[in-house]
Design a protein around this ligand. Sequence first.
Ligand code: IPM
Ligand code: MN
Length: 347
Amino acid sequence: MTHRVALWPGDGVGPEVIVEARRVVDALGLDLEWTELPWGSAHYHEHGRMMSEDWEDILRAHDAVLMGAIGHPSVPDPVSLWGSILLVRQKLDLWANVRPARLLPGIPCPLGGRGPADVDMVFVRENTEGEYAGVGGRTHRGLPIEVGIETSVFTRTGVERVARHAFELAAGRRGVLTSATKSNASRFGYVLWDEVVEEVHAGFPGVRVERVLVDALAARMIRSPESLDVVVASNLFGDILTDLAAAIQGGMGMAASANVAPGTDAPGLFEPVHGSAPDIAGQGIGNPAGAIWSASLMLEHLGEAEAARRVMDALSDVCRDGPRTRDVGGTATTAEVGNAVAQRVAG
Ligand code: IPM
Ligand code: MN
């Protein structure tokens, strides 16, 4: 069966890293068909929208989407992001954002005395609601009494499904699930969050669950990352904690993500966490590791576990032996790293 993959390079360094991820996947020689999507900020300037009007049909006609990044200084962020990735996450109901944060051998860690044995976490971020529900408004515009309201939305279904997925992942790993909360200050949303996590726990007696206030959790990630296995977090907490996790695993260029709806036939969307990085775009120096890692997550989602492992092994070897880009202590270009990984994958 041919895998149909939509390739969405996007903006900034997106196209530069995504071409390397594609090169690596192509080196596997799988039965896989790419459709390139010309969507992003240039598309917006030309057509007045970030994606084509029938974007949902196009994406649903694929098994997976491999995306670079979205965002350009010429388009206001809320316009470009609510016209693309945030809309896609919500409308395809890709309710889990799974972000592995593992320190690969050879990658410098900013935490003194820490190595790969200390950093092996998976974040499961709720991906469609919470602080990203898009509910709110502004009134009294321009007046001194102007107000902006942004409402967090927590549904039982939303918390339940993401918690269940996190418990399942934890059960297959070291058996520890940490739930990020803020139910000391919050009286409603995170109190519901805690209750639902506790209820879902009943079905996973083999997993130890701990409820940790998000501020304390941020400190703990720095002081004892080895104590964390799977972390489940709301949309905004997950966003913030995974930038911190990315720094611990060597920087934004290393981090990968999977936007998925496990148990459904929605196409997963796979993207590096780093964003469009306009400051270094066009220079050929962006780190393709996060994009290549995301491609590996995509292969797993497509049922190609062996291919996924080959890509991760090759990426891991290249991180250990070089070449490496400058953000992780090397001098190589984006393409040199991509080529090196592709060569190892091809054997
Ligand atoms: C991420 C990004 C996005 C988010 C932005 C670009 C809207 O930071 O995927 O982590 O906040 O979810
Ligand atoms: Mn983010």
